[in-house]
Design a protein around this ligand. Structure first.
Ligand SMILES: [Zn+2]
Ligand SMILES: [Zn+2]
Length: 242
């Protein structure tokens, strides 16, 4: 977190609207941080070894022929999906409070976690033309009052001085994914997304943003649509990963 703050000192804006206390325990924080050192140390990071394609961490010895159980027997259309944190414990709680508890200010620490993915070798030094948030169905967005992916993508776009474009739309209102097992979830996303009218992604290198990667199906489906519409590459970054 501190590293990113150094890389770009710009978004000290948060401290204008927010007292300099930890968003979890109200303890003292340093500078432009949103979490105190103690809470931050409780956020579970994704450590190697993990799947190069979907960042699924795995345990035990690695063999040359290793194939991630999450990626096996399926085509994931993004080039890579990167997360720096696991959606467990404190991370999971923050994501949940942000999304369902309407605590919009939590976009700041979540955007920091999202930003940490840029240090990953799969994204570091890579050039992107546009940042695209995963869309919610319009009815869902009205219900929630915001799109959580857009809120954190906006902060990242500002930090990277990249344009954010809402080029996708979600055209199927699906029931909440957590109620489904993996196979049903993938089935459920068929034709769920499309390119919005009059949007053009031909020749663009896209950085696709969502709050959490669960199975990767949502990001993959969005990447499929973007590539079918002519995007050169689609890398995905999320604040956390299941
Ligand atoms: Zn704290
Ligand atoms: Zn994988």
């Amino acid at each position: 977190m501190r590293l990113l703050a150094k890389l770009n000192p710009l978004p000290a804006l948060g401290s204008l609207f927010y007292p300099p206390t930890c968003v979890v325990c109200w303890g003292t924080v340093e500078g432009v941080e949103y979490l105190c050192a103690n809470c931050l140390s409780c956020a579970p990071r994704i450590a190697a070894p993990f799947c190069a394609k979907c960042s699924e961490p795995f345990f035990g010895a690695i063999t040359q022929t290793f194939s991630c159980a999450n990626c096996e027997h399926r085509t994931l259309h993004f080039d890579a999906a990167v997360a720096a944190y696991r959606s467990r414990g404190l991370v999971r709680k923050l994501v949940h409070d942000f999304k369902y508890g309407r605590q919009r200010h939590l976009r700041y620490p979540l955007a920091e976690w999202l930003g940490e993915t840029l240090h990953d070798t799969r994204l570091r030094g890579r050039r992107f033309d546009v940042i695209v948030p995963v869309p919610l169905h319009a009815a869902r967005e009205r219900e929630r009052g915001f799109n959580q992916a857009t809120l954190i993508a906006e902060l990242l776009a500002t930090r990277l001085s990249l344009p954010l474009r809402q080029v996708l739309e979600r055209i199927r209102y699906t029931t909440t994914q957590t109620a489904y097992d993996r196979a049903e979830r993938m089935e459920n996303l068929q034709d769920a997304f499309r390119l919005r009218k009059n949007r053009d992604v031909r020749g663009l290198r896209v950085l696709l943003i969502d709050d959490v990667l669960t199975t990767g199906s949502t990001l993959s489906e969005c990447a499929r649509v973007l590539k079918a519409a002519g995007a050169i590459s689609v890398h995905a970054a999320t604040a956390a990963r299941a």
